[in-house]
Design a protein around this ligand. Sequence first.
Ligand SMILES: [Zn+2]
Length: 785
Amino acid sequence: MKKLIALGWALMFFISAGAQQGPPQPPQTIPVLTAAAGADRIVVLPAKTYLNGYVGYGDPPRPSRRPGAQPAAPPPPPGPPPVAAWSVEAGPGTVAFADAAKPVTTAVFSAPGTYVLKLTASNGSGRAFSHVSVTAEGAPPAAQLKAVYTKRYRVDSPFWTARVKALIVSWIPHCVAQINRSDLDLGPGGIDNFVEAGKKLAGRPHGNHKGYVFSNAWVHQTVEAMSIALMIDAQGDPEILAAQAGFRVSLEDWIPKILAAQEPDGYLQTAFTLPRVDAKGVVNPGPFKHWERRGDHEGYTAGYFLESALNHYLMTDRKDARLYDAAKKLADCWDANLGPAPKKEWFDGHQEMEQALVRFGRFVNDMEGGGKGDRYVRLAKFLLDSRKGGSEYDQSHLPVVQQYEAVGHAVRAVYSYSGMADVAVETHDLDYYGAVRSLWDNIVNRKYYLTGGVGSGETSEGFGPNYALRQNAYCESCSSCGLIFFQYKMNMAYEEAKYADLYEETLYNALLGSVDLEGKNFYYQNPLDGGAPRYPWHTCPCCVGNIPRTLLMLPTWMYAKSADSIYVNLFIGSAATVEGVAGTDVEMVQATDYPWNGAVVLTVNPKAPKTFSVRVRVPDRSVSGLYASAPAADGIASISVNGTAAKPRIEKGYAVITRTWKAGDRIELVLPLKVQRARAVDAIEAARDKVALRFGPLVYNIEQVDQDIAKSLGPDAPLAAEWRGDLLGGIMAIKGTFADGSPLLAVPNYSRNNRGPVPPPAPAPAAGTRPAPRPPSSVVWIRQK
Ligand SMILES: [Zn+2]
């Protein structure tokens, strides 16, 4: 928020409270005359922008950051009520304000370009000003890209094979085992909740609900993760085959238990079916009314169920519709109860149902046709439109189309924005487009970590102010998943490669590093200067299934399609099929050691020869304006088709190759991979006088186990990539020399904190003080001399 406060009228007045009895009071500040124009934003022409400006005395009343919290009553104004006036300072066209004398109004813009609007507050004796930048742009294409569903696929990549295997043979079985336990005291509430709810619905004696009210979520996520893991070709690996056999057994065990917990009208949330126990051990027998309270995660759990059902249905080649049918029943139950009058208006405090309903609605349309899924998409928009009158914490402080700054709990935020992007492309509502473009711009250019993580943690598990990107970041693993979903949907809407550039960054760094190399422990938080080791479980295991279900959905992240194009968004050695392009199905085979090596051979195998375009992402490693990397390593160094050098046209960040493709046609390309130094803009205080190292999509850490991480690197010290097959399962290390002449070794961020002794916890705090944070053992940002 740009806030310039005029000095003409009143700087600061202090009044003494000395006349009062009792202990001396601190001096009170008389607030100064203030104008606040609001967050910079993007508007999609010809729609309007919503100006929620403020003129008054002192800081604008900030919306409550916590649900239910009441903002402090403002002090009585120390001067006459100020008068507001909007005006245009700069811009390529004209601006029409609905009412230029009201701080809360709207404005429309005659031409694309960036405008600076000024809000003036005057009270007769002084004035205050504030500016807001509004960039007006055109609408995205009418037709969005279509999702490529993850179905049977193969991974052939030295890099990804190891990561995928760790998730399949270690991490997911660990989650399954934890969820099967009924004796967990840390993060409890697994399949036992479904079992007990099933007993209750069958009229039998039953137990109480265990764990958080949203504890069904990690069961549904793990069902989805198992389903996707079963779509991956084991290629004869006995450990993967054994794990997959275990997943089939678990699914056959769990599915009847989950279905038995679904109430007759389709509602499914065991915390509503079973009695709950509060923190004092007191049983609340219920009944709990559905869709009454915001904090009960009804949509959060329901949404994960819809998503799990979708991937289970695909995994079974649409032969087993048990979960799919139950998901339709649940979505229908919601649709029957929530919506415009006479139905109920409501929203969940934790978003997830919104994006799940759109994903599920599109899926139902694809499977069954006839627009049968449209009502789920409409319900998603209704739920989002119902968000208002609440707090920043859950993004209900303003109508969603008037939100231009990313605030509050970061997982809720990115899930909200992801659902909004879905609704934008489904409805072509220009207000929705303007909001998601503004929120995207605010995140990427003000609140985004180099690792692709979000959420500094300065507000509860959430976003801080612009540029406030402390190294001890929160960056919850779930927010990395949600940011990938949001970027992916922006890619689908705008058909621009830059959104995929960004989700590649989040995928390879913030998210991939959340699980250790063995797949045994994970991070809930992913700070850039971590010291704590990973752990096998967490009080709140919300991320445990989200991480593998997101990481394993590779074909969806790798490809998108239109009627006549295949978009290649990620470079991963693999084979996957893109169905329904130019009237045929196309197997896409990538042979590459990326991200260790930039050579990629892409074999295009259409079932029948057809004319279409293959659009290959041209990497841009500096989409975020917060960071600049040198030397340049963007673009494609060379590209050829069937051995002949090609000069494809570049469109929206994609190299476009259009021809009649036949099975076996090959695109060979080389992506430049270099050791790069990244610098942050000066506004990010925590990265000032520091440098970070990158190689391709990977951000690097230096670790205490290899060197003193407090040392400085000279600005011109040479750095080199070196393959180290002996280290961390095989990595491209970065080697160099610190300013004091000692050697520097950097390892990819995803592999951080996988070696060496576990650092000791900080010394016990003095009575009444908080423990000091554990000293970092691995850092992204290196001091630069
Ligand atoms: Zn989480």
